[in-house]
Design a binder for this molecule. Structure first.
Ligand code: G3P
Ligand code: MG
Length: 257
């Protein structure tokens, strides 16, 4: 696999599987990650958080209730308790028994197959933020993933910490809702390499600023062909989708039309 930097340079447009293939399988589970790889997606986005005993898990919400049979906050719950929960049945009974993956499990599954977009959920405990992020970077390095992944976050302080720990790591600043600064300002203020925003935030003015500063832009969450068309017309470089198979196929059709 070429490094992610080379891949982004060489690839005019690509589709990122959002929380794995989360339209087809329970988000952020190994089942969703496997399906995303099988769909041919070149990059997968997944969310990372820390448990009360500081283990790194792949999980989106701050609370357990929506996507597991548990309850309470992730940051107040131990890894062992979270591992005992069912993270699949809520999506469909056929996925009962899926667990919340540790980041290590996900990395072991994905290494050598796909590029990774690890979304660092906003760090709630500022006192342990530096240590938590240093641990996270150490995990990435243990799997030799550092040249094949990017950290994205709405928490731009967390991205600054990533760059402070290792300036060679790649970061993408996600636009904080209602932040109307141009992408270049957002990106330069935290030293990021790219900019991400929602489809609703994608405007001609934002794209013009990003292009003028050679900043690659990714857009979430693009699940329809109509939205894909909008994004391509405006010139973004990547989309995050719950249905990577559908959106990749639609892109190929548009390209060959
Ligand atoms: O990649 C961007 C997207 O994942 C950010 O929002 O809430 O789906 O993590 P969210
Ligand atoms: Mg995310």
């Amino acid at each position: 696999m070429m490094t992610m930097r080379d891949f982004v340079r060489a690839t005019p447009f690509f589709v990122i599987a959002h929380r794995g293939a989360s339209g087809h399988a329970p988000e952020n589970t190994l089942a969703a990650l496997r399906l995303a790889v099988a769909s041919g997606a070149r990059m997968i986005e997944l969310d990372v958080q820390f448990t009360s005993d500081r283990k790194q898990i792949v999980f989106h919400d701050h609370v357990l209730g929506r996507t597991t049979n548990g309850h309470g906050q992730v940051k107040n719950t131990t890894f062992e308790t979270i591992r005992s929960l069912d993270a699949g049945a809520w999506f469909d009974p056929s996925f009962a028994g899926e667990r919340v993956p540790s980041l290590e499990e996900a990395l072991a599954l994905l290494r050598d197959h796909v590029y990774l977009n690890i979304e660092l959920k906003p760090i709630t405990d500022r006192q342990t933020a530096r240590e938590d992020i240093a641990d996270l970077v150490a995990t990435i390095k243990r799997f030799d993933y550092e040249q094949y992944m990017v950290f994205s976050s709405f928490d731009h302080d967390a991205l600054r910490l990533v760059k402070d720990i290792d300036p060679l790591l790649h970061t993408v600043a996600l636009n904080v809702p209602h932040d109307n600064r141009p992408p270049s300002e957002v990106v330069f203020s935290c030293g990021a390499d790219g900019f991400g925003c929602s489809i609703h935030e994608l405007t001609r003015a934002r794209m013009a600023d990003a292009n003028a500063h050679l900043i690659p832009v990714g857009v979430y969450t693009v699940n329809t062909i109509e939205d894909l068309r909008t994004v391509i017309t405006l010139g973004a470089r990547a989309v995050v989708s719950n249905y990577p198979d559908v959106i990749m196929e639609a892109y190929e059709r548009m390209r060959s039309a």
